[in-house]
Design a protein around this ligand. Structure first.
Ligand code: CP
Length: 311
C-alpha cells in the first residue's frame, strides 16, 4: 500500500488522476475487503460523504452509500436534484461550496461534461466524479478494471471489445483511456457509424500506440475477445427520439452470439441494461456483470478509505 498516502485528500475527476500504481493499491485493498469483511470496517468513523446526484443512479449512488456506511462513516445528500436549491437557480459552484462546508468528501453525478472539474475547483474537500454527462465515469473504470483483474488474473495482454453506444458512453471513454496505460491491450470498438468513439479518445490511443480497430459487426468479432464490454444505447443523450428508436436495439447479445465467444471470455456491462443483453445470457458463467456491480462497492470502499485516510 505504498501509494495510499498519495491518494489521501485527492480528487478523482478522470481515470488518469490516479497512477497505475495507485489504482493497483486500491485493487489490492478491494480484494482484502472482499476476503475479510472486518477489514477497514471503522476506518471512516466520524467522516461524512455528500452524495450530489443531479442525474438518476442505482449502482453508483447505492454502492457509494453502502461503502461509506460499511466503513463506519455517514452520508448526506438530496434525494434528487429537484429537491435541491439548484431548481431556484443556485450555481453548481455555490452548491459545491456548501456541500464542502458540511462534508469530508463529495461524490457528484451531473449531466454536464466538465462539471466534475468545475466542482473540484470550487471544493475545499476531495471531489469524486460519479459521471459527468457523456465524458467520464472513473469509479466505474475502477470497478471494471478490478473485475478484469479479479476474474482473468491480469490487466494486460488482452483483446477488449467495446460494443454499443461508444459516442456518448462515458464508461467506455474512461475505460479505454485507463486500459491504454497497460501492456499489450488491443481494443475493438463495435458500433454503428452514428455512435462511434469520439475523436479525442482515438487521438489519445494513437499517441500511446495502442492497437485498435473500429467495426460494425459483433458476431465476427466475438471469437477474438477476452473481454466484451456491452453498453446501453442511452436515450437520455439523444437529441432526436427517431434516431434513438432506430439505433436502440442494434446489438443484442444472446446465447447464439455467446456460442461464438471464447470459453474464458468475460462479459462486462456497467448496467443498467435494457435490451442489449438477453436475459438468457445471465446464466452463462461468462456473464459477470452482476459480480462486477458488487466489486464496485469493494473498490469504492477502498477509494473512500484511501481518500479520507486509512487508520
Ligand atoms: N454503472 C452505473 O453508473 O450505474 P448507475 O447509473 O445505476 O449508477
Amino acid at each position: 500500500m505504498a501509494n495510499i498516502s498519495k491518494i489521501k485528500g485527492k480528487s478523482l475527476v478522470e481515470p488518469e488522476d490516479f497512477s497505475v500504481e495507485e489504482m493497483e493499491s486500491l485493487f489490492l485493498m478491494s480484494e482484502k475487503i472482499e476476503k475479510n469483511e472486518k477489514y477497514l470496517r471503522e476506518s471512516c468513523r466520524g467522516k461524512l460523504l455528500a452524495t450530489l446526484f443531479f442525474e438518476p443512479s442505482t449502482r453508483t449512488r447505492l454502492s457509494f452509500e453502502a461503502a461509506m456506511l460499511r466503513l463506519g462513516g455517514s452520508c448526506l445528500g438530496f434525494a434528487d436534484s429537484g429537491s435541491s436549491s439548484a431548481v431556484k437557480g443556485e450555481s453548481l459552484a455555490d452548491t459545491i461550496r456548501m456541500a464542502a462546508s458540511y462534508a469530508d468528501a463529495i461524490v457528484m453525478r451531473n449531466p454536464k461534461e466538465g462539471s466534475a472539474l468545475l466542482a473540484k475547483r470550487y471544493s475545499y474537500v476531495p471531489v469524486i466524479n460519479a459521471g459527468d454527462g457523456g465524458h467520464h465515469h472513473p469509479t466505474q473504470t475502477l470497478t471494471d478494471l478490478l473485475t478484469i483483474r479479479r476474474l482473468l488474473g491480469k490487466i494486460g495482454n488482452l483483446t477488449v471489445g467495446f460494443c454499443g453506444d461508444l459516442k456518448f458512453g462515458r464508461t467506455v471513454h474512461s475505460l479505454a483511456k485507463a486500459l491504454a496505460r497497460y501492456e499489450k491491450i488491443k481494443m475493438i470498438f463495435i458500433s454503428p457509424k452514428e455512435l462511434v468513439l469520439p475523436e479525442y479518445i482515438k487521438t489519445i490511443l494513437k499517441k500511446r500506440n495502442v492497437l485498435f480497430e473500429e467495426r460494425e459487426n459483433l458476431e465476427k468479432s466475438m471469437p477474438e475477445l477476452d473481454v466484451l464490454y456491452m453498453t446501453r444505447v442511452q436515450r437520455e443523450r439523444f437529441f432526436n427520439e427517431d434516431d434513438y428508436i432506430r439505433l436502440k436495439d442494434i446489438y443484442v447479445l444472446n446465447s447464439d452470439k455467446m456460442s461464438l465467444g471464447k470459453e474464458k471470455m468475460i462479459v462486462l456491462h456497467p448496467l443498467p441494461r435494457v435490451n442489449e443483453i438477453a436475459v438468457e445470457v445471465d446464466s452463462d458463467p461468462r456473464a459477470v456483470y452482476f459480480k462486477q456491480a458488487k466489486y464496485g462497492m469493494y473498490v469504492r470502499m477502498a477509494l473512500l478509505a484511501s481518500i479520507l485516510g486509512v487508520k
